[in-house]
Design a protein around this ligand. Sequence first.
Ligand SMILES: [Zn+2]
Length: 615
Amino acid sequence: MESKASNGAGVVYFCDMSDTVQQIKDRLSIVDVVSQYVKLERSGTSLRARCPFHAERTPSFFVSPERGTYHCFGCNVGGDIFSFVQEIEGLDFKGALKVLAEKAGVKIVYEHSRSRGADKEEKDERDRLFELLETSTIFYTSRLNDAAKQYLKERGIAGATAKEFRLGLAGEGWNDLIDYLKGKKFSEKEMLEAGVARHSDRGGVSDKFRNRIMFPIADSAGRVVGFSGRIFPGTTSPSDSATGQVERTDGGFVPPKYMNSPETTLFHKSRILYGFDRAKLAIRKHNCAVLVEGQLDLLASHQAGWGNTVAVSGTAFTPEHATLIKRITDNLVIALDADEAGIKAAGRAARAALQIGLNVKVARLPSGLDPADLILKEGKDSWSKAMREAKDIVTFLLDVLQEHAKSTDNFRRSVEGIVLPYLADVSSPIAREQYVREIAKRLGVSEHSVSEALAKLPKTPLTDPSLRTGAHSSTGTPPAALTKDGSYGRAQHAFSILLWQKQLPKPQLDTEAYELELQESIGEDALKKLKALPESEQEKLRFGAERLYGKSGSLKAEAKSLIDVLLKERLSRELADAATALKKAEEKGDEKEVGVYMSVCNMLTTRIAELARKV
Ligand SMILES: [Zn+2]
């Protein structure tokens, strides 16, 4: 497979992908990769775990170290390290390649292309957009001036942090970025598609972001997919680029504090978390993620030693965001602003997280301070203290409501209206019972009456039921080959044993002899058909056989009896055919044919009888 990528200067390179893929596979085992996301336990010759792609109690997700593949019998997903990373990180193939190449320490080698002209059209459109956004990032970072640096410093953001997160500046000009990108041979159409340009009032296009500090937003592989631009004091001619209106603070037009890239083919706000690419290792390590609201809060939290922090940008925290986090950890601490809007947002985020099955805690910040302020004014220890003292969502809500309640009656009503719906989302019955006890205690009522009120709540359906189980719907059905009645299912089953045994370094069966027996028992055509199954199907069959027989001491005997049953079935089919032909021959009165079919029937009957004694 050969594919292309190019740098910002418009020079196109070729990348020999198959070589890179092989190098990565040589260095990283499937176990290395998968065990970073799920806890694997040994089961016979393979390893298994609870599936990260669907909710389940008993493990049906299997990994084969020998073959470098995985398969889930619950939701029917399977593949190699590349498809695993694609699935679990929500990336395309190239994104997964980038993540794995970094992990393996393999450099993706690019070669200079020979024919530049023809490449442009061939180039993948997505690649072009990624490249355009990377080029824009480089442009913005090069423009970060003293005024912007000064502002960041005042907000407590160190120069090193600004560099690490590639902060930049969109200046005053109407066409600064556009002109730069044109110089790099990007089209206006591409700029609009990437969300860095907008249609201007006078026709043509102009820069979308002006007079803003720019925060590049990356996907989980670290590729820039969009921007968030924040206004800051100190620009000479403040104006908003979205409308061209001049900013006025005397009651006139005030531009939004943050402006984000629009939704594009690369930037899906409901699926991208700011900082996730840099936070995921720390999230894994600490088995916990921290959620804040703005870019500056995130930078401050990272600086304060909480590298496991992510932020939403320009959207509410969605179940998709929660799913992204759930694949790495079960624990989320929400730390939004302490004002009313912040508390409401925390509540909504908590529900989305609970529905996906995360354990949710909420950090309570001193009133009126956002995380960045808190760290700046009271030091990073106060932030760590807030994190450590984070309370589970129910206790948090009960505290806040109790403080603000004007009367006991008022408190009871808010508990019913606000707290109980959360309980309905808590998936653990033990946790739910604890909460019921806590609520009963606070309200001074019996646990029974709380449970009763809870039972009366209307059931709120999830926005998308598939989200509860990750990207795939779970059917819970075992592989068809092992349940399907009749010969085809059994033939596939016998074939799966052959596939599995063939790739073992020391097979328990004489695979050549077994293959011949199989061919005899199901027929050449049927075997050919099975061999023509797509590789993904064949891999599924291998996992199936391995799961059934991996720990069995009597594989030989079981394989043999399977072959015997198949043979008996084949002979019975032939006997039925021969009997029909015999009847026809008798009707026709063709003595000779009758004789032939009679002896065929006799022979088949004898063989079946022999087999029946064995089976
Ligand atoms: Zn699964």
